[in-house]
Write a protein that binds this ligand. Sequence first.
Ligand code: DMJ
Length: 643
Amino acid sequence: MTTPALLPLSGRRLPPLNLGASAFPHHRATLRLSEKFILLLILSAFITLCFGAFFFLPDSSKHKRFDLGLEDVLIPHVDTSKGGKNLGGFLIHGQGHDEHRHREEEERLRNKIRADHEKALEEAKEKLKKSRDEIQAEIQTEKNKVVQELKKKDSKPLPPVPLPNLIGINSGEPADPDIREKRNKVKEMMKHAWDNYRQYGWGHNELKPIARKGHSTNIFGNSQMGATIVDALDTLFIMGLHDEFREGQEWIDKNLDFSVNSEVSVFEVNIRFIGGLLAAYYLSGQEVFKIKAVQLAGKLLPAFNTPTGIPWAMVNLKSGVGRNWGWASAGSSILAEFGTLHMEFVHLSYLTGDPVYYNKVMHIRKLLQKMDRPNGLYPNYLNPRTGRWGQHHTSVGGLGDSFYEYLLKAWLMSDKMDTEARKMYDDAIEAIEKHLIRKSNGGLTFIGEWKNGHLERKMGHLTCFAGGMFALGADGSRDDKAGHYLQLGAEIAHTCHESYDRTTLKLGPEAFKFDGGVEAMAVRQNEKYYILRPEVIETYWYMWRFTHDPKYRQWGWEATQAIDKYCRVSGGFSGVKDVYSSSPTYDDVQQSFFLAETLKYLYLLFSNDDLLPLDNWVFNTEAHPLPVLHLANTTLSGNPAYR
Ligand code: DMJ
């Protein structure tokens, strides 16, 4: 402890100080300031030492003594009357005691120390004899023990919740033998995709079906989180592949761990993992899925710690540190990412009774409602620090798509009670129709992209989901325009079918143009790939459910055959790099959404409508079915423990 006032602030010598004879009558000489200063310094050091001793010396009553077997030598009480020396609270026996006994004790102590040293040396030698692998295995065993202990703590069962009415989880068998055969074909394709992943990529996020090994991308971070297993579970369940479902469940139970130092996409993890786990829970009733979904959701929450509450795109599951992609309009958050959390987060609050998830997504909604929208359109980018829009780009495809989808589905999932969401959806769709939807010269309806006041006449494969969305939102639309929206859905389905039909492989390109003489075809080489995406088939299925027009099953069957012919390899299914080439090359990735979405929508297309009926189930954007919550606007929490 120093007393700053007593220390010179610079090296400059201070002038002598005359304290005068009256101050120190016995000192005739005047003290120089530096001498006084040294005296004061010594004094202050002494005081500091006393204080330090008083406050910082260990309180022997609180500290355990090290057990060196010294009990007979060090006696913890002070008795100096017999000539003992007091050293820091211990008394060492000296003169006046039995010298012989003392020497014996010293000898005993020396022997003990020697023996301990030898033992330690022996142990070290033994360790060194072991191979590096053996030592690492020992360390790993210790680590595993700690992880298991932590897991036990983490996996406490949640209080029970009354499950919503789960209708149509085991049905759908079509009477028509032709349709049954097509349905079985899709199931066989699912088995091929799963079995190969099981054999060559088990536990990895995805599969490389040609290299026959695991695959991953940065959306899942650097960990093996078994994305394909989680994404595929509900498809396995509805197809009746129960052994495979159980294998997946077992892996999740034993291996899916979110305490990993890994930076993941909040959106992707939400739609694939949380959505997949919740759907698996509702379908099977197995607690493990609910527990894992809640654990994972807890790891995503730190992403919301931004100045505005608009979450970061990515979060490190261990540290909770979040950030945005550099390419996204100067580090903005993306509409289709922060706007695609609502369904899963509402279910998390429902199942846990904890409003934290619900509050996070409602906060996003309130913030968006307050903001000005250029031409009534929502731009794709929003800065989470300033709360201002980034570049004025609007899309119903990549970067925007599922935000609109979730507005509609929030309303449907609330048993049509969330009218605020429905209003936001209606307003948005009106602006989209006005500014982005056009008819091409050849009469094809397309949805373009708005870029800084200009309409780009290009549509993405991703945008094709909108046909199904328009059909799904037809019932309950403003001014009773149900017929209009169903028609719009049919037109988009037709356009997207054209984008498939105009290729060599009968599979759709990633993006296609409506410019000059080009209609529904890709122009740039890097837009000609097909990566097993579901959106066109998704729209066929919704259109089939609402119209029962057989052409949708026909179009779905064309796509099934094309996928089986051109994407199937002996190690699974792969994307192709050019749908206009008769000898396509593979991208060697079996995407997890192929099992979650593409094959599920195809299976549903060839099933009866009583399998997952749309009055009772709402599909998240990764095709994971979540039940409608009939809550009658009272409370979100289905958990009586928290009501
Ligand atoms: C899926 O992960 C989801 O459908 C998402 O909304 C966007 N597209 C991919 C598949 O194409």
